[in-house]
Design a protein around this ligand. Structure first.
Ligand SMILES: O=C(O)CCC(=O)C(=O)O
Ligand SMILES: [Fe+2]
Length: 347
């Protein structure tokens, strides 16, 4: 097995940042596995909140979970403040923006959801079971289109692991792109279930058997160019896999009885509206009893608000009227309307 080891981030003037090597690995090979972007304390807080919500490893409820998702229990904005803080952590946003060569204000969050995956004895999900996944790209359920050519990435996808591969297994498999003529990365990226007329299935054995019958060329191509080139990400708590909607990868089986906590993110470029936000709109997280989201908006930085689509200082939305109104909504919760007001005054 070829292993990918997590590499430490560098320390920069504003905090931890990706190294040039990590950025070019993401740009050229399609992923980078990095360590040290988040503090162990923040990671532990999120993991604790997740363990309090999801079924315990080895429980009968766990044995029945055979697909991904948090069933609405842990996606942005979550009741867990640590989860929200981590999602919009300034070091994380800077790292993502640096991959897209964009200012933080020009990236948008479209996914932040924590998924439990349980090692099970039975593949109870049949052809849709997520334990031993087929090789795939994620764009099919993130964008209405197809990712643009490789050199113009419009999104960063990420998996943050809260568990340890040594204990759980289930390392994510990836096919590194080897230059512009790599046959595995030939254009367009459609040799997978769910693209064109190929029906959607998840389980690797089922998928490849079905393809051998229905699309033997595709099955042969996948057996030649994808599976033999799979590398595995040797994650530990805090490892962050930065990858893309057009990177070949798959989930692999966990040790029975184990729980792996993995947090999935996507950030897109401002312009790429065809990349959907996967959860309910952020304002739908407001008017909860806890008021977590209103407080978050009130106390976030200008850049963090932009990442959620809040208008930047200088946006035509801001007028003397809207300044007064938004301040009336949020100032009592701690918002400083100053940056928006100064931009209006300077117009
Ligand atoms: O769980 C993993 O390691 C990867 C999961 C994945 O690729 C997916 O569900 O789309
Ligand atoms: Fe995936």
């Amino acid at each position: 097995m070829n292993w990918i080891e997590p590499e430490d981030v560098e320390s920069g003037p504003a905090g931890p940042e990706l190294s040039d090597a990590q950025r070019s690995c993401w740009r050229e090979r399609g992923f980078a596995l990095v360590q040290g972007l988040f503090s162990p304390e923040l990671l532990e807080e999120v993991a604790e909140d997740a363990r309090a919500i999801f079924p315990a490893a080895g429980s009968p409820e766990a044995e029945a979970v055979n697909d991904f998702g948090s069933a609405g229990l842990m996606h942005f904005p979550a009741e867990s403040r640590a989860f929200n803080t981590l999602t919009l952590h300034p070091d994380f946003l800077r790292a993502v923006a640096s991959l897209l060569d964009a200012p933080v204000r020009e990236i948008r969050l479209t996914q932040s959801e924590l998924w439990p995956k349980y090692g099970r004895r039975e593949r109870s999900g049949g052809v849709w079971d997520n334990d031993d996944q087929r090789m795939h790209c994620d764009y099919l359920n993130h964008t209405l289109t197809h990712p643009p050519p490789w050199e113009q990435p419009e999104a960063v996808e990420a998996i943050l692991y809260y568990s340890d591969h040594e204990a759980c297994g289930g390392a994510t498999g990836l096919v590194p792109r080897e230059g512009p003529r790599d046959p595995a990365y030939a254009w367009p990226r459609v040799n997978m279930p769910g693209a064109g007329a190929l029906p959607w299935r998840n389980d690797r054995e089922n998928v490849e058997a079905l393809l051998r019958e229905q699309a033997p060329d595709v099955a042969r191509w996948r057996a030649t160019h994808l599976y033999p080139r799979e590398h595995r990400a040797r994650y530990r708590p805090g490892s962050l896999l930065l990858y893309r909607h057009d990177t070949w990868h798959r989930g692999t089986p966990l040790r029975p009885g184990c729980l792996r906590l993995a947090h999935n993110f996507t950030f897109r470029r401002l312009e790429s509206e065809w990349i959907s936000t996967l959860h309910a709109g952020w304002a739908w997280g407001m008017l909860r009893r806890s008021r977590v989201m209103e407080e978050l908006i009130a106390r976030a930085s200008v850049d963090q608000r932009c990442v959620l689509g809040f208008p930047a200082p200088g946006d035509p939305y801001w007028t003397p009227e809207t300044l007064v109104a938004v301040a009336a909504r949020y100032e009592a919760l701690g918002m400083d309307i100053g940056p928006y007001a100064r931009a209006v005054a300077a117009r």
